[in-house]
Design a protein around this ligand. Sequence first.
Ligand code: FAD
Length: 310
Amino acid sequence: PFDVLVVGGGPAGASAAIYAARKGIATGIAAERFGGQVADTMGIENLISVPYTEGPKLVSAMEQHVNEYDVDIMNMQRAEKLIPAKEKGGLHEVRLENGATLQSKTLVLSTGARWRQMGVPGEEEYRNKGVAYCPHCDGPLFKGKRVAVIGGGNSGVEAAIDLAGIVGHVTLIEFGEEMRADEVLQKKLRSLDNVKIITSGQTTEIVGDNGKVSGLNYTDRNTGESHHVELEGVFVQIGLVPNTEWLKGDIELSQHGEIIVNDRNETSIPGVFAAGDATTVPYKQIVISMGEGSKAALSAFDFIIRNSVE
Ligand code: FAD
């Protein structure tokens, strides 16, 4: 059995594995796809000390770094069930889709999250070519340009306020009759003069030109009329979905499905820790996930020295 088994191989998982392995304890990572969301990212400009890198490059650097240590990397392995230890200090089990079961004294769950997509024509085609999901990451790429934000919940309205300070113009499109964000955010948004708010708007298509986004079409749900907006970028802000479906019923999750963690990355199960986008930690970013992964591994190590007498 492992001392620390990390489930998920994104920035949080890679960091947890390195921190655990550096304690000289038996460490493994099981990941459906090593690299996680970073593998789908183009330019990265906010990983401190690295002014610019690209997703695939960062994934291979993370892999190389993990490989410096004695870590058992089990790539292309999807976890489907967590079986918590029967007693404190006992072995936890993780059942994989291929039928195998892994055992470990502690677990670090770092299965990340995925952005909810609109599922309209053009969204996939122009992903990273004008269609973006992370304003903190990609906002500066649209400096002075016209963008839309899809979604009028807290994340959409926060994104629109944030972007309005960088880009030339923001059109916010909310599907419902009213935005759902907190009133204080809505008020702030309404006070900005380079923002247009459209409610009862259903985005139907992202259109492009020369391989880049050039506009979007939406339907006014009150009149049924179709409209076109010319712009260079579309930020989709209709929810971040944690990859925690496999944990339901076995560990405490928030109403959004995030694994509830405290400031030591402890979950509701003793010896089971969690880190990164899959958890309740605010602000989903690479540096934050890396920091959280290292914290989770240090907490796991602390748990081991306190709970095992050998
Ligand atoms: P993830 O990266 O989501 O990794 C999750 C890991 O768990 C993966 O290995 C996955 O295969 C695995 N997994 C999932 N389910 C299972 C399962 N059941 N069993 C086994 N393994 C499983 N952040 C920045 O800081 N800067 C940026 O510029 C930036 N740009 C972004 C651009 C895009 C397009 C996207 C999508 C995100 C971007 N982000 C950026 C956000 C950043 O990628 C995430 O915050 C970060 O990757 C989260 O790390 P994580 O390790 O928690 O999860």
